[in-house]
Design a protein around this ligand. Structure first.
Ligand code: ADP
Ligand code: ASP
Ligand code: MG
Length: 820
């Protein structure tokens, strides 16, 4: 004998009913079958809402009419698609039952409340509808089928709405009057009777429990739970897209999973099956040939950690006070009071100092718990031995489950560091004494983020980077191209890098599943949303993005000013924009403080030397105890290019025009020639070395003579440059006579920063630095008397974008880990 249970999701419409009947029909050829059915999808919810809200007559009627219509749609479909299906008879039975529901509801409305026994009667009707349809269906398929009345054997505890089966009595009654195996028995799930013979329900999703009880009573070979997913996954597949199907689970693992929220099985399902060693198979009713998941006495050969679950709508209760310490019987009083109220405790954690007992209950039980605990500890509270009992609502439990976690090191560490990575605060912790599960209580609104990161770290070993690119000019555009090109190979290395948003000053283009960079065009950026932190924050929250990164490829002061806010809201910031690092010293510190507080990264490697490894190298040296004593550098790619061209006898105006044309300069070359850009870079380096300077502290000798007319358009400015060609020619000749060349150099010396044209001799490290190359000579306590020189292209879209890209990858704080 096999017991097959079909959940509401497998009985959602006529097609699904037919599908279920075909599975039953097929299986019944090889073995005796008993079937357990849930209500068609949504029906119990509607009935429950009616009993809880008790709406006015017209709404009640409308709701029940709609239900009737839904049921008729099912029977209509079956009548059309299966000859011999007697829709009229089924509809008539449904009509009668709906009238009964209406009458019960009218009674409840008169009382002003729906008593639990009436509520149970009404809720149980959903399963009755399904059983009636299925019986007619099987008959039409040529099978003999009979309804197995729950009252004939399924004895439960007394309560009407969350009753627990009494297994011994169920078995006894069933054995005394077993249904014949020649007919397929159809048991309406979710329902039983108490010892007084009154109808009870087994709690929401309780048809699974009915199936387990029937399997035990009938001594079935297997209890098959047919649902809408392929089996049990490493996490809820509706939430975690990469969740993996599990082949095998032990009874204990399945129990822990269902206790901690995996709704694919009701928590009370596995207990009876484990007790009588009946295997349980989970299968997808829409894919009967799928392998499914088998639950049995052995956990199979799979991994240490099997799955991760979350359970929502919880409250933590804290009973705290100086009188708790060393007092015998406090815990027992707390839990005795709670159990008298029939409140189920989901998790307990106790401080080692004994002055605090914390436990988790469902939100819905919070008020009852408050009343009973206040009453229990009234005396102690008056004497301030127990403080006011605190209740923290709207929490979730996240749990890792797996038999093999026992004695395995590093699991808790990875679990809690995953929660930290998801920026989730842990309210309470518990581990079962068999080390089969570890649980953390966290804020409910963070549970999906926590689940996602934990799943990444334990199962998929994929890390995500969720990028938002602001500015798609030369560097931003190239960055998007590079990202698009690398996404595939990064994915192969376990990095899921997606660009979710591309923005400019006009707006932001956001795509919930990430932007396809091969198809993206610049025109799309501005047309969608206004670009504000709140827009992005909301997007990140709704999408549960756990590693969001803002990449600022603009030179906007406004965006730079927003960095602390971005960081405070959980974004990493990667920037080419030098404005933030060269604003006031106070704001410089504020950014770093915000990054520290939220454990987010602020990365700006391209601020100096474009893609050259300058900032990170310097930071590394300083962290290792080195000290900057002196610095000199060619820090501008465009000026390196222009001054190099002078070496070749090309005039300044011509050299500047070529540099502009090649995109080496800023769009307005005055930004380069003013020396301000070099000064900013120098300031960034100086600050990096611990000098609390402001931009005004840098002495700038601009490239052009002081009298030079800087005004007007770029074209006019470029034309005017011709007037100073002679001036530069003369300087160049003078230097040449001494065997030197001209270079524009930033210098840090004796605590002062300056930027100016210098003539350097052949033996100077900067003599040959031209064509857009940068060179940085770091004189430090470790590197002396010969400085440490970093040299290479310090401008150009490709190298700069590559520098940003590598910063972006540095936001992956957690490196690849071995599967546990
Ligand atoms: P039924 O109507 O068949 O009783 P349920 O909705 O009660 O179906 O249970 C199936 C749902 O359980 C799935 O659709 C899935 O979203 C959810 N679920 C939660 N955790 C898991 C898990 N670890 N594996 C599979 N499904 C899960
Ligand atoms: N129909 C009931 C519910 O929705 C029982 C079940 O489906 O398991 O809760
Ligand atoms: Mg279910």
């Amino acid at each position: 004998m096999r017991v097959l249970k079909f959940g509401g999701s497998s009985l959602a419409d006529g097609g699904k009913f037919l599908n279920a009947a075909k599975i039953i029909h097929g299986k019944s050829k090889a073995s005796a079958i008993a079937v357990v059915v849930s209500a068609p999808k949504g029906v119990t919810n509607t009935l429950e809402t009616l009993t809880e809200t008790l709406p006015v007559k017209s709404i009640r009627k409308k709701t029940l009419d709609e239900m009737k219509k839904g049921l008729k749609a099912i029977t209509g479909f079956l009548e059309e698609n299966l000859s011999g299906f007697n829709a009229a008879e089924v509809n008539a039975a449904h009509g009668k039952r709906l009238d009964e529901i209406a009458t019960l509801l009218t009674g409840a409305v008169m009382l002003g409340v729906c008593p639990a026994n009436i509520k149970a009667e009404i809720l149980a009707c959903g399963e009755r509808f399904s059983a009636r349809i299925l019986k007619a269906l099987l008959v039409a398929l040529g099978r003999d089928a009979a309804i197995l009345e729950p009252s004939s054997f399924l004895v439960t505890s007394a309560e009407f709405l969350n009753a627990v089966p009494n297994l011994a009595q169920c078995r006894e009654k069933f054995a005394a009057n077993p249904p014949g195996s020649e007919k397929i028995s159809i048991l309406p799930g979710f329902t039983g009777v108490n010892e007084k013979g009154q109808l009870t329900t087994l709690g929401r999703d309780g048809s699974d429990v009915s199936a387990a009880v029937l399997a035990v009573c009938a001594n079935a070979d297997c209890c098959e739970i047919w649902t809408d997913v392929e089996g049990i996954y490493s996490a809820d597949p509706r939430i975690i897209s990469g969740a993996a199907l599990l082949d095998d689970l032990s009874y204990q693992e399945a129990m822990e999973l269902s206790n901690f929220g995996a709704r694919v099985l009701h928590p009370r399902t596995i207990g009876p099956l484990a007790q009588f060693k009946i295997p349980c198979l989970l299968k997808n009713s829409m894919n009967p040939t799928g392998k499914g998941t088998r639950i049995s006495g052995s956990a199979g050969t799979e991994k240490t950690v099997k799955a991760i679950t979350h359970l929502d709508n919880l409250t933590v209760v804290n009973v705290v006070g100086p009188g708790m310490k060393g007092m015998v019987g406090m815990a027992s009083r707390v839990f005795a009071a709670i159990s008298r109220e029939d409140i189920s405790v989901i998790l307990i954690s106790r401080s080692s100092s004994e002055s605090c007992i914390s436990f988790c209950i469902h939100n819905r039980d919070a008020q009852k718990a408050k009343n009973c605990l206040e009453e229990e500890f009234e005396l102690e509270r008056k004497n301030e031995l127990v403080y006011p009992i605190s209740f923290k609502k709207n929490l979730s439990i996240i749990s890792l489950v797996g038999d093999g976690m026992r004695h395995k090191k590093g699991i808790a560490a990875r679990f809690f560091s995953s929660l930290a990575q998801a920026r989730v605060n842990v309210v309470a912790i518990a581990q079962d004494s068999f080390e089969r599960s570890i649980s953390a209580v966290i804020a409910q609104h963070r549970s999906i983020d926590a689940l996602k990161v934990c799943h990444q770290r334990f199962f998929s070993h994929k890390h995500s980077i969720d990028a938002f690119v602001i500015g798609f000019g030369t560097v931003g555009g190239e960055l998007l191209r590079q990202i698009g090109q690398q996404q595939g190979s990064l994915n192969d290395q376990g990095i899921d890098l997606r660009v979710y948003g591309i923005a400019n000053s006009k707006g932001i283009h956001l795509k919930p599943e990430g932007i396809d960079l091969s198809k993206w065009s610049k025109g799309e950026a501005s047309k969608i949303n206004k670009f504000t932190i709140d827009t992005l924050k909301e997007f990140v929250q709704n999408r549960h993005l756990v590693n969001p990164v803002i990449i600022d490829c603009t030179s906007s002061e406004e965006i730079a000013r927003a960095y602390p806010k971005f960081l405070a809201n959980g974004f990493h910031v990667v920037t080419t924009n030098k404005k933030a690092n060269t604003a006031s010293w106070d704001s410089y510190l504020a950014i770093r403080k915000a990054a520290r507080q939220t454990q987010r990264r602020f990365l700006y490697e391209t601020n100096v030397g474009a893609g050259l490894p300058v900032i990170d190298t310097l930071q590394g040296l300083l962290r290792a105890g080195d000290r900057l004593t002196q610095f000199e550098g060619i820090l501008s790619g465009s000026l390196s290019y222009i001054f190099g061209k002078l070496d070749d006898g090309i005039s300044l105006s011509k050299a500047a025009a070529i540099a502009l044309d090649k995109g080496f300069t800023e769009p307005d070359p005055r930004d380069d020639l003013s020396g301000l850009d070099v000064a900013r870079k120098l300031l960034i380096l100086a600050r990096e070395a611990g000098m609390p300077l402001e931009l005004e502290d840098i002495t700038i000798a601009q490239v052009l003579p002081d009298k030079f007319d800087n005004s007007g358009s770029v074209e006019r400015f470029m034309k005017n440059l011709e007037n100073v060609n002679g001036h530069f020619q003369r300087q160049f000749e003078m230097a040449k006579k001494e065997g030197k060349v001209l270079r524009y150099i930033g210098r840090i010396q004796d605590g002062k920063c300056s930027v100016s044209i210098e003539a350097v001799a052949r033996d100077h490290p900067f003599y040959g630095v031209k064509d857009g190359e940068n060179a940085l000579a770091i004189h430090s306590a470790f590197y002396q008397p010969i400085p440490f020189v970093i040299r290479g292209y310090g401008a150009g879209a490709q190298v700069t974008a590559a520098g940003v890209f590598s910063d972006l990858l540095r936001t992956l704080a957690w490196v690849q880990e071995e599967p546990i």
